[in-house]
Design a protein around this ligand. Structure first.
Ligand code: KE4
Length: 427
C-alpha cells in the first residue's frame, strides 16, 4: 500500500510525543507534515517514497563527510561484531581523547558524554564546582542543549537575571543565569562589572548557529577572554557545531582565543550519539572520580561512537581533505543564491562562516537575536517548501544553520541553484 507521508506522521504521533524525538523535526516552523527518511548516502537523503534530496541539514551538522561514508560504516560494523557496549574503559576512548587534545591544544583533559547537552551541562556544573560561584552567563539566541540552567530567556533589562525559557524550570534556578545580547560589548562590560565576581562561567557559541548563523564581531570573543580572565570566570566555548567543522580543530584554533573549557559533539561522533567536555587540567580534575564534581554516563565513550568518531576525525586529518575547498564551494553556493534573490528583488541577508550558512529573509545585517528575528519567516517557509519540492532539503527553520559536506559536488551546487531559480519564480 502506498502510504502517504501524513500516514507515517499520524502513526508516529499516536505513540511518540509530537511524532518526533526532537522538536525541530516536526516542521512546526515551516508548516506541513515532516518527510520521513528511509536512507541517505553522500550528499543525498531519500524519503520513504524514494524521492532524492540534496541534503544541507546533514543531521544538524555531524555528517561532514557525507552520509554513510564507507569507511565509517565499515568501522561501526567491525566494532559492533566485538560487542556494542561494555561499561568499562577501552583503548578507543584514550585514542579519541588524544586525537582531540592534539587537535585542540586548550583541551588538556577530556570527558566523553553521549550528547552535546550532557557536555554543556557538565561544563556548567564543573565551572560552578571549580569557582564555588553560582551565577552563569549565556547569550540570547545561543542554544547549548536543553539542560535547565541553559534553557533561559533574557530578563527584562540587559543586566537583569534570567527567566525560564520553558515550563518546568524553577524561577529560582533561572535567576542564576544571565542572558546577554550576542556581540554586544557594552552589555557584556556592564554585566561583568556588576556580576563579575559572582559569575562561575560564561558560555558562548564562538560562531552562533542556533539563531541562524551569526559570526562573532571583531574583538567580541577576545573581550570575553579578557574579562573572564580578569574576574576569574570560566570561559566555555560551546563548539558542538563548530568543532572540526572549519578546520581540524575548533574555531578557537582559527582565532587564537583559548577558552578554559570546550564542549564538543556532532562531528566527533561521526553520526553516533556523542558529546565531550574538555579543557584546563586543574578544572577537569575536579570531575569525579579524581574530584568531587559528579558526572556519569552509561554509554559515555561508547565503542560504536568512538569507532565512528575516530574514523571520521582520522579522515578529516588527512591531507586529501581540503577545508578551504569546502569553504569555496559553500561561498559559490551562497553567492549564486544571493544573485538570484537580488535579480528577483527579494531582500535576503546570507550569513556564512566557512561551510555553514543561513539565508535570512530580510535586508540585514543580522548580528544578534533581535536582528535575526526581523526575518520574514513566512516567506522563508514558502522558500523551504519550494526547494523541498525541487529536491533540496534545507533546515526546516529560519533560525538554523545549513551545512555542506565533503560529499557535496559542483553538480549538487548547480542543481541547488536551478531549484532556487525555479522556486523564486513562484515565491
Ligand atoms: P545535543 O544534545 O542535541 O547533542 O547537543 C545540544 C547542542 C549543544 N550546543 C550547540 C551549539 C548545539 O547546536 C546543540 C544542538 N543543536 C541542535 C540544532 N541546532 C540539534 C538539533 C535538535 O535539537 O534536534
Amino acid at each position: 500500500m502506498n502510504k502517504t507521508k501524513s500516514d507515517y506522521f499520524v502513526k508516529a504521533r499516536q505513540i511518540i510525543a509530537g511524532g518526533v524525538n526532537s522538536p525541530v523535526r516536526a516542521w512546526k516552523a515551516v508548516g506541513g507534515k515532516p518527510v520521513f527518511v528511509s536512507h541517505a548516502k553522500g550528499s543525498k537523503i531519500y524519503d520513504v517514497s524514494g524521492k532524492e534530496y540534496i541534503d544541507y541539514v546533514l543531521s544538524w551538522g555531524p555528517m561532514i563527510l557525507g552520509h554513510a561514508h564507507p569507511k565509517v560504516i565499515a568501522s561501526i560494523c567491525d566494532t559492533a561484531k566485538k560487542g556494542t557496549s561494555f561499561g568499562a574503559p577501552t583503548q578507543a576512548e584514550t585514542q579519541m581523547a588524544k586525537l582531540i587534545s592534539e587537535a585542540i591544544p586548550s583541551i588538556k583533559l577530556l570527558r566523553m558524554t553521549s550528547s552535546g547537552t550532557e557536555a554543556t551541562m557538565t561544563a556548567i556544573r564543573l565551572a560552578r564546582g571549580f569557582t564555588g560561584r553560582n551565577l552563569i552567563a549565556k547569550f540570547d539566541g545561543c542554544y547549548h542543549g536543553h539542560a535547565d540552567s541553559l534553557l533561559i530567556k533574557a530578563g527584562s533589562g540587559i543586566a537583569t537575571l534570567g527567566i525560564p525559557g520553558s515550563p518546568g524550570i524553577p524561577a529560582e534556578l533561572a535567576r542564576l543565569t544571565l542572558s546577554l545580547p550576542y556581540n554586544d560589548m557594552d552589555a557584556l562590560r556592564k554585566a561583568v562589572k556588576r556580576y563579575g565576581s559572582q559569575l562561575a562561567a560564561i558560555i558562548v557559541e564562538p560562531v552562533a548557529g542556533n539563531m541562524g548563523v551569526v559570526p562573532p564581531r571583531n574583538g567580541f570573543l577576545e573581550k570575553l577572554r579578557e574579562l573572564s580572565t580578569k574576574y576569574g570566570i570560566v570561559l566555555i566555548f560551546d563548539e558542538v557545531i563548530t568543532g572540526f567543522r572549519f578546520t581540524f580543530g575548533g574555531y578557537q584554533n582559527l582565532i587564537g582565543v583559548k577558552p578554559d573549557l570546550t564542549c564538543l559533539g556532532k562531528i566527533i561522533g561521526g553520526g553516533m550519539p556523542v558529546g565531550a567536555v574538555g579543557g584546563k587540567r586543574e578544572i577537569m580534575e575536579k570531575l569525579a572520580p579524581t574530584g568531587d564534581v559528579y558526572q556519569a554516563g552509561t554509554l559515555s565513550g561508547n565503542p560504536l561512537a568512538m569507532s565512528a568518531g575516530l574514523t571520521t576525525l582520522n579522515i578529516l586529518k588527512t591531507k586529501k581533505i581540503s577545508f578551504s575547498a569546502l569553504d569555496d564551494k559553500t561561498n559559490q553556493l551562497c553567492r549564486q543564491i544571493e544573485n538570484l534573490f537580488t535579480t528577483k528583488g527579494i531582500a535576503v541577508c546570507i550569513n556564512r562562516v566557512h561551510s555553514m550558512f543561513t539565508i535570512f529573509f530580510q535586508q540585514g545585517p543580522v548580528y544578534d537575536l533581535n536582528t535575526a528575528q526581523k526575518s520574514d519567516t513566512a516567506l522563508f517557509a514558502r522558500f523551504f517548501h519550494g526547494m523541498l519540492k525541487r529536491g533540496v532539503w534545507l533546515a526546516p527553520s529560519q533560525y538554523e544553520a545549513g551545512f555542506l559536506s565533503f560529499a557535496h559536488t559542483n553538480r549538487d551546487v548547480d542543481r541547488t541553484i536551478d531549484a532556487c531559480s525555479k522556486t523564486l519564480k513562484i515565491l
